[in-house]
Design a protein around this ligand. Structure first.
Ligand SMILES: [Zn+2]
Length: 88
């Protein structure tokens, strides 16, 4: 017998991306997903209820709840303002 992971039993561990959070997602937790993207020249932040397919995307941020979502949103907004300030 050799150790190895079978694709069916592979367990993905999701950790909350919220600052100072790091909570791990359980089976029944109702989490959220956020991901930054580009719409033309605009940076867009998307948010949706947990979806396994989206969660596996590279850019997806796992979020354990509203508080962490708000922190990430605020970081995203601060980033944009910082970039704008630098452009001037
Ligand atoms: Zn969190």
């Amino acid at each position: 017998m050799r150790p190895g992971k079978s694709p069916t039993s592979e367990q993905l561990v999701f950790r909350c991306a919220g600052p100072n959070c790091g909570q791990l997602k359980g089976e029944t937790d109702h989490w959220w997903l956020m991901w930054p993207s580009k719409e033309g020249n605009a940076a867009v932040l998307s948010l949706c209820a947990w979806d396994d397919d989206i969660a596996r995307r590279e850019a997806a941020l796992c979020v354990c709840g509203e508080q962490c979502a708000q922190k990430l949103q605020s970081m995203f907004m601060a980033n944009i303002l910082e970039h704008r300030a630098r452009r001037r």
